[in-house]
Write a protein that binds this ligand. Structure first.
Ligand code: KIV
Ligand code: ZN
Length: 570
């Protein structure tokens, strides 16, 4: 296999920002930002198959439903589908009164013209203009000096936008400007461009301009972006005329962190996509940033209470699945397979039942799955790593079977043997089937037929039982006395059926309620000098359930003896 090259001969480390008095590390996020969804623009432009109008309509409706009030709906000068979609929204009056649509245009005169055409008749709109500012673009792509960028790209196109806004007064306008590749640009030059835009546009505190500062490509750790944002926040000429917008991409996998630290550094707005769709590794994931806030006690003012429906729609529109481990939304993110995790969760759920309104402090569950419309059903799933906790949790939560602790250990070994053979996950139904086969279905050699009890409290052995049991296909009757029904039954089978049973522990509980309640009995016992094992019996009559439990244990012991003698004879 070829070795990776020495990276220091190829890549340069990002130069840290000099900001020794940075304040953002001491801040926290206490209120939500303004959100802009760009699923229909940055997200869409990166899809293998960009959305058709049908899918765009669905995505727009979803952005609105989630509660996003600023929605970038396309790049109408670059795509006829986008142009038509903007026209559809405006002509069919599809834009709610409290929602601003936004469209993107490059700093090129004919593209700006065309974008205004797309917006004709809109009640309100944000015109989003961008051009690159980074050295690599100036020097290698455009061949322009800094002065030429400002004089040839920035000033004339901002002026053109301002003029066209004036010529279309039926629309309430706002303006967004993006110095593309901001995070790879000298801060002094970004400031110069931004100050120029603010000046030429004529932004005021009453008519603020949106200055979007993107990590068009994420090249540095998120603290660098936060430093850049704090630097701009402090140094731009007219901060009170500006809303600072963040537009992190996720090339290093730290888009969410970048957005969060940059919000702490003074930004006002976040642009992103649902589940982090977008160019290359995607735009920042709005769901992730918003739910992170939610989990810290800050309402993001977005509604993700039905995350699976949202996920389904996004998957349909983007034709890309959301990963099962995607934060807050993946199929597996509220599931624990590990036994120790399951054990902790079980205990914490029991604790929460007693304190249902306390602050959420659940091991291995950062938020309550119910808050995003998930149930607790998938919280515990069982695979070969799980151990007894998950197995008994599933039996309890799905079948009402509450195994005593020592039996949990015994039964988990039975399940583990099956899982070691199959290597597969076990559902609650699978576990129940194994439980049934192990404790109930082994109806030979012993099978319960019936019994009668007589009590005489004047005797030391107050209970007399007459039991009918089938053994190896033959009906037997047995009589026994004891100080309780189990004692008497054990005496009956010991003396007359020659099965010496010693009862070591006993548990029972009801399954279900009222007339439909069934008793389930767990008896830990020893047959002769064999090892201790459990038998389980179920019946509407609690005494019958315990007799069946003893016979279940006898059948399991007989199976154990059979296996041992087969092994010895080989
Ligand atoms: O990532 C980016 O820089 C962009 C701009 C067009 C805002 O998408
Ligand atoms: Zn982008």
């Amino acid at each position: 296999m070829p070795m990776l090259k020495q990276p220091n001969q190829k890549y340069a480390a990002f130069k840290p920002i000099r900001l020794p008095d940075r304040t953002w590390p001491n801040r926290t996020i206490t209120q939500p930002p303004i959100w802009l969804a760009t699923d229909l623009r940055d997200g869409n432009q990166a899809l293998i198959e960009p959305m058709d109008v049908e899918r765009k309509k669905k995505m727009f409706a979803l952005n609105v439903k989630v509660g996003i009030k600023e929605i970038e709906v396309g790049f109408p000068s670059a795509s006829q589908t986008d142009f038509d979609f903007v026209r559809h929204l405006i002509e069919q009056k599809q834009i709610p009164d409290d929602v601003w649509i936004q469209v993107l245009s490059p700093a090129r005169a004919e593209f700006i013209e065309r974008t205004f055409e797309a917006l004709k008749g809109a009640k309100r709109a944000i015109f989003h203009l961008y051009h690159a500012v980074a050295p690599v673009m100036r020097n290698v792509v455009f061949g322009l000096t800094q002065d030429q960028v400002v004089n040839d790209l920035t000033i004339p196109h901002v002026k053109q936008v301002r003029e066209l806004m004036k010529k279309n007064p039926e629309t309430e306008w706002r303006f967004e400007f993006s110095p593309e590749m901001f995070s790879n640009t000298e801060l002094e030059f970004s400031k110069r461009v931004v100050d120029t835009v603010v000046e030429v546009y004529g932004a005021t505190p009453q008519n603020k301009i949106i200055i979007n500062l993107p990590t068009t490509v994420e090249n540095a750790s998120p603290n660098c972006y936060a430093d850049q944002i704090e630097w701009m926040h402090r140094n731009v000429a007219k901060r009170d005329c500006i809303l600072i917008s963040l537009h992190p991409h996720n090339d290093r996998g730290t888009g969410t962190a970048a957005a969060e630290l940059a919000l702490m550094a003074g930004a006002d707005r976040v642009e992103g996509c649902l589940f982090g769709s977008g160019e290359r590794t995607g735009n920042v994931d709005i769901v992730n940033v918003a739910m992170n806030m939610y989990s810290q006690g800050v309402h993001p003012n977005l509604d993700f209470s039905d995350i699976d429906e949202i996920k389904k729609t996004v998957e349909y529109c983007n034709q890309i699945p959301v990963h099962p481990r995607h934060p807050y939304a993946g199929d597996l993110v509220y599931t624990s397979f590990s036994g120790s995790h399951q054990d902790a969760i079980k205990k914490a759920f029991a604790h929460r039942e007693v304190n249902p309104n306390g602050i959420w402090d659940m091991p291995y569950l950062p938020i309550d799955p119910m808050d995003v419309g998930r149930s607790y059903e998938a919280v515990i799933r069982v695979n070969s790593q799980s151990g007894k906790g998950g197995i008994s949790y599933l039996l309890q939560s799905e079948y009402g079977v509450d195994l005593p602790r020592r039996m949990q250990i015994e039964f988990s070994q039975v399940v583990q043997r099956v899982m070691d053979d199959t290597g597969k996950e076990m559902t609650a139904d699978d576990i129940w089937n194994i439980f049934d086969a192990e404790y109930f279905s082994k109806a030979a050699p012993y099978k319960y037929v019936g019994h009668k009890l007589a009590e005489d409290s004047s005797r030391p052995e107050a209970v007399e039982v007459h039991a009918e049991v089938v053994i190896d296909g033959d009906a037997h009757k047995a009589k026994g006395m004891g100080n309780g029904p189990i004692d008497a039954f054990v005496a009956a089978i010991a003396s007359e059926l020659h099965a010496p049973v010693k009862v070591m522990d006993y548990h029972e509980h009801a399954i279900g309620q009222g007339a439909n309640a069934t008793a389930i009995t767990y008896i830990e016992m020893r047959v002769g000098d064999g090892p201790s094992l459990h038998g389980v019996g179920m019946d509407s009559n609690i005494v019958t359930a315990s007799f069946k439990a003893i016979l279940s244990g006898l059948n399991r012991d007989a199976a154990r003896v059979r296996v041992a003698s087969t092994a010895a004879s080989k």
